[in-house]
Ligand binder design. Structure first.
Ligand code: SAM
Length: 235
């Protein structure tokens, strides 16, 4: 059968062609070492609030940039080619932005999010984290490589503020179940209600803003979302 480029074969082939090592990119030793002026030279806002984990070619960031013009957001991407592409794209969009000042609120960093999220963000700093069409890692022995797990949700709960939202979507049903189940089992997260999902303008971007989402839509593929809120801190 031909399920198109989001098939299991496609993901598997890519997993095997990914011999990346962390030693090639610099890592801030703490969030206070993240140089915002390099990422957002013209923005006056002081902290990053959204993180797009495994941002790929950056379609979500581009859509969010104008939807939330006063929010700083960053894509975290392991692959060099994608990261460079997103950097160039953002620079080009900044130059051509009609009124000036658009796209100054988005940036990208090459990093391994599974290891370094706490190096980039302080406790409670983020209000949204995105995991759009993450790599499925089908084999059970590779499940530990999935970017959503109960253990990693501890870290995400740490960097998200109370009420902050984790958005996940995939075209791989088994991974969708996995992400939903991790979020359900984690004591610091609760699923958004259908009403909340319907009134959140970001939810519709999950299926169609990214390159992977557009591929799935073109192939008529099904998608599986799980969206949960970081339960507020008890003071
Ligand atoms: N979110 C994008 C989209 O929807 O088009 C890209 C989806 S693509 C299937 C998964 C992306 O996650 C790839 O670009 C991959 O390099 C990136 N990725 C995988 N593991 C990662 C990690 N540990 N840290 C950062 N990025 C990672």
């Amino acid at each position: 059968t031909s399920r198109g480029p989001s098939s299991e074969e496609f993901y598997r082939a890519r997993a095997h062609s990914n011999p990346l090592s962390d030693s090639h990119f610099p890592i801030p030793i703490s969030p206070s070492h993240v140089d915002l002026s390099l990422h957002f030279p013209k923005a006056s806002f002081k902290k990053i609030e959204f993180a797009d984990i495994g941002c790929g070619f950056g379609g979500l960031l581009i859509s969010l940039a104008t939807l939330f013009p006063e929010t700083l957001m960053i894509g975290m991407e392991l692959r060099d080619k994608e990261t460079e592409y997103v950097k160039e794209l953002i620079l080009a969009l900044r130059k051509t932005s009609s009124g000036g000042g658009e796209y100054e609120n988005i940036s990208v960093v090459r990093t391994n999010s599974m290891k370094y999220v706490p190096n980039y963000f302080e406790k409670g700093q983020l209000s949204k984290m995105f995991f759009l069409f993450p790599d499925p890692h089908f084999k059970e022995k590779n499940h530990r490589r999935r970017v959503i797990s109960v253990d990693l949700l501890d870290e995400y709960a740490y960097v998200l503020g109370g009420g902050g939202v984790v958005y996940t979507i995939t075209d791989v049903e088994e991974l969708g179940e996995w992400m939903r189940s991790c979020l359900e089992r984690h004591p610091m997260f609760e699923a958004l209600t259908q009403e909340e999902l319907d009134s959140d303008p970001v939810v519709e971007l999950l299926c169609n803003a990214t390159e992977e989402g557009q591929k799935v839509a073109r192939n008529g593929g099904q998608t599986f979302k799980a969206v949960s809120r970081r339960i507020a801190y008890v003071s």
